[in-house]
Design a protein around this ligand. Sequence first.
Ligand SMILES: Cc1cc2nc3c(=O)[nH]c(=O)nc-3n(C[C@H](O)[C@H](O)[C@H](O)COP(=O)(O)O)c2cc1C
Length: 331
Amino acid sequence: MIHLSFAPLEGLTDDVYRRAHAVEFGGADVYYTPFYTTVPEGLTARDRREISAALSAPGAPPTIVQLLSSRASDFLRAAAFLAGCGCTVLNLNLGCPSGTVTAKGRGAGFLAKPAMLDAFFDEVFSGLSGIAPQIQVSVKTRIGYADENEAPYLMEIFNRYPIVELILHPRLRTDLYRGRPRMSVYRQMAGMARMPVCYNGDIFRAEDLQDLLAAFPDTHRVMLGRGAAANPALFRLCRAEPVPDLPGRLRRMHDRICEENAARMGNGRNLLCRMAELWKYQAYLFSEDPRPFLRRLYRCTTLAEYRAAVSALFSQATLRKDAAYPPSPAL
Ligand SMILES: Cc1cc2nc3c(=O)[nH]c(=O)nc-3n(C[C@H](O)[C@H](O)[C@H](O)COP(=O)(O)O)c2cc1C
């Protein structure tokens, strides 16, 4: 049985989204939070409140908290707090390609400083046994910063530590999300890994997963990101499970997210921006060229206008059975 996880997508897969997805679609074994940046006191008071509320909310699905960190002492303080919230696995982000993150040597920026990364792991794993022995650490990483040849050296570092799972997104930081995943490097790293490996990247349709498993029969763990954001039924499709009443599920998931966010952030611009983020992916389910709908959405200035645009979409559009993100390279 393949283990499927929902990737962290900053700006989209917050606690409201994760709960709504789990209730209406499910099929993911675990959800990852978008990253929380560690600070000298571990996590900011706001992040601590947000995380403990999210993890203890009724209906919260199994969730792994992701941390963005390059200072072991900060990471350990965050780990002590998260152990108190009942976490048993924490995920370290070594993949974020954003310039503001990498400039601080975090995310994929940490990959460019292998000696510091090695020292970070050394301090984290030796510190955890005293501070939070129940916590295990998984790592979500790219294959290097700017050169495929970094991969085996990084893998040697990872192999020195009791990393519980290595999630590999086979792109370099400099690739951002462009081009195809570098599957020969994935093969090389997965072959070297002493820990379980989870594949992540460009699984947009159930057929993509089948192709992956045919080419890499030893793959037992896969993380889905944009493909699941575009089609929340993707986990079920990957498991060859039926998805009755797809439009009804999408509508209920949408309405739940919209209402819960409205209660949290009010009916203003912030809510419309948050909902637009959902449609950036999901619109592909409704139309091969979602741009006219998205343009209408971006023009909305009130919740009433937004609701009218969404209702028109649900009543007029036909869901595409073969929908996948992105529908064609031209868009
Ligand atoms: C909008 C957006 C936000 C993301 N946020 C995060 C994040 O918070 N943490 C993380 O590790 N990766 C993040 N990622 C990367 C995804 O988790 C995933 O690794 C990437 O999209 C490749 O997988 P996919 O092809 O299945 O989407 C983000 C990607 C996108 C497009």
